[in-house]
Ligand binder design. Structure first.
Ligand code: ADP
Ligand code: MG
Length: 585
């Protein structure tokens, strides 16, 4: 069974193609979305997904998110004396996704197809594969995210040619891609985007607005308080996707407030107001769309058969209304736009398994950089040009330049510099040739590059004793041994908290977050419940733990809904509630 993975910057998802077609695979918490967040704890426990996300406020220094942005870079994330690359963190996440899929499917999973942004470089693709390998997954193929989205929409009507714009608005990135889908070929025609534009920007404008309404400055708050406001802002934004207006009253921690240790807010917002305060965001979206159309000059708006809305931020009515003014009824909107890429990757897995009829879909790609050889004078002689459609194969003929030359050295580079040595050298091959006058001896060099980053170099000539064939599989920088040792390291990480179980961990982490937002009296009761739960867990008393967890959950729900209306000095009401809880115990 091959699983399809959307390894996202903000959220990751898994799907499979089984007998009944496509199935989204839930994680251990029953959710399709696993936040791409990893958190390390002092005692060596590693938290992944929602439990890690809950720790962002209380343990920001050892909790990491958005590491996909650093794939292929040298950045090191450090926690408790250990260092991790973005590849390591991705591997930890992938291993969790693999285990969750195994638990759901009831069988071992060893193969995966993973999606990557279309603009990912070769190195970033190689690192994504490496992360899979470290997690114990053979990555049979990488699929571009927009190709996956187009595949999902196109899989049912393979006959017609369709030109799609894939509009993928995620947590921190906007990727807009022109994708041509015809018969069994899906081809990327143009890419545009903004690497720092996404849902987080809406959270930011709402956070600013909350502060403004309450006579405060966002930058004057502490880091923790800011994180709390951002969290509220995101909740409010998501609620606004279901109702045209939201009114909220809430509190954040404030140690300076001697009365009850909180700072209180009231806030009201409508979709129209969100549109008004987000003009900058929409202007930037417009720039990205314009760039795509300019770049793909050959295509007009009438050529576009559909605009596929992808990504969590595409759920926002404000975003959809804006796009509607531009594309009218060309908008293709699915109930859950944040699942589209994953559904496409799962479909690709079905194709790979040959489960989908006899249709053999070819997903093409474009070459993200130029491949060529260095020639005399340190000049780059391109063989495959950047942006050429993959898979592709190109041949160039090279001749000797000196009389009596006995060998030819081929240095293979990738990169855009005219000066060959400034580019990345992939390999060099020297072949012997018979000495003859300059220009008389020739060698044909063929570069073949497929969409999985496998690059084959072939040298053929009647002057060579035998043809040379060299495969350059780009695992850039990681040898088999290194992968094995990093996998070992990963296996040493304690991921599943021993007795707690993930539901308990999630609950405790949520409680800790609420704790930070609560006033002193609420804190007191939360702490009591949390300690009680921790004690049960430490004793291994599962039955009592479940009961205590239920009570904690009730308490949290009560605090959340009475955060503001409830007056802490009205102790009677509070004690009534707690006493009742105590009686239950
Ligand atoms: P990525 O592709 O970056 O991993 P997603 O496509 O999952 O991320 O999008 C995540 C973003 O979508 C977050 O900023 C989140 O706040 C936003 N989002 C998710 N659901 C909603 C919703 N119902 N309304 C508004 N925004 C949402
Ligand atoms: Mg995404």
């Amino acid at each position: 069974m091959i699983i399809g993975i959307d390894l996202g910057t903000t959220n990751s998802l898994v799907s499979v193609w089984g007998e009944k077609g496509l199935t989204m695979v839930p994680n251990a918490l029953g959710e399709f979305l696993t936040p791409s967040v990893i958190s390390f704890d002092e005692d060596g426990t590693t938290y992944i997904g929602q439990t890690a996300r809950e720790r962002l406020i209380a343990h920001p220094e050892s909790t990491f998110q958005e590491f996909k942005r650093d794939m292929g870079s040298n950045r090191r994330y450090e926690a408790f004396g250990k260092q991790y690359t973005a590849t390591d963190l991705s591997a930890i996440l992938l291993r969790q996704l693999k285990e969750d899929a195994e638990a759901f499917l009831g069988e071992p999973v060893e193969d995966a197809i993973i999606s990557v942004p279309a603009y990912f470089t070769d190195k970033q693709r190689a690192q994504t594969r490496n992360a899979g390998l470290i997690a114990g997954l053979r990555v049979s193929r990488l699929v571009n995210e927009p190709s996956a989205a187009a595949l999902y929409y196109h899989a049912n009507h393979l006959q017609d040619e369709e030109m799609y714009i894939v509009f993928d608005f995620g947590g921190g990135t906007l990727d807009v891609t022109l994708v041509d889908a015809f018969d069994n070929i899906i081809e990327i025609q143009g890419i545009s985007g903004d690497n720092h534009l996404g849902g987080a920007d809406f959270n930011h404008v709402i956070a600013l607005d909350i502060c403004k309404e309450n006579g405060m400055e966002l930058q004057n708050l502490t880091d923790t308080q800011r994180a709390q406001i951002y969290r509220k802002a995101e909740e409010i934004k998501m609620e606004l996707s279901n109702t045209p207006e939201v009114t909220k009253e809430f509190a954040i921690a404030d140690e300076g407030n001697a009365l009850d240790g909180t700072k209180r807010f009231t806030y009201h917002i409508t979709t129209q107001h969100l549109v008004d305060i987000s003009t900058d965001i929409f202007n930037r979206v417009a720039i990205v769309l314009k760039r795509l159309m300019n770049q793909s000059g050959a295509y007009e708006m009438e050529d576009i058969s559909g605009v596929i809305l992808v990504g969590g931020s595409s759920k926002m009515p404000a975003v959809r209304t804006y796009l509607y003014t531009l594309f009218k009824d060309k908008l293709l909107y699915d109930e859950n736009p944040d699942e589209i890429v994953c559904r496409g990757v799962g479909t690709a897995a079905g194709i790979e398994q040959r489960s989908i009829g006899a249709k053999d879909l070819i997903l093409t790609d474009i070459c993200p950089f130029t491949l060529g050889t260095g020639i005399i004078g340190d000049v780059m002689s391109p063989v495959i040009q950047r942006n050429e459609v993959l898979p592709c194969s190109r041949t160039r003929t090279y001749v000797t330049v000196r009389d009596g030359q006995k060998s030819i050295l081929f240095e293979v580079y990738q990169g855009e510099f005219h000066q060959a040595s400034k580019n990345t050298k992939l390999c060099e091959i020297e072949v012997n040739v018979p000495p003859k006058p300059a220009g008389e001896v020739f060698v044909n060099v063929t570069f073949s590059y497929d969409i999985n980053g496998i690059f084959v170099l072939e040298l053929k000539s009647p002057y060579l004793e035998e043809s040379v064939r060299k495969e350059i599989v780009n695992t850039l920088g990681l040898s088999e041994d290194e992968i094995a040792s990093r996998r070992q390291r990963l296996e040493e990480l304690k991921t599943e908290p021993p007795m707690h179980g993930r539901r308990m961990e999630l609950l405790l982490n949520r409680a800790e977050r609420l704790f930070a937002e609560s006033d002193s009296q609420q804190k007191y009761h939360l702490a009591r419940h949390m300690d009680a739960l921790r004690n049960c867990l430490a004793r291994g008393d599962q039955k009592q733990a479940r009961q205590t967890a239920d009570q904690l959950q009730k308490l949290m729900a009560y605090i959340e809904s009475h955060m503001f209306q409830f007056d802490v000095r009205d102790a009677g009401l509070w004690e009534d509630y707690v006493n009742k809880e105590d009686e239950d115990q």
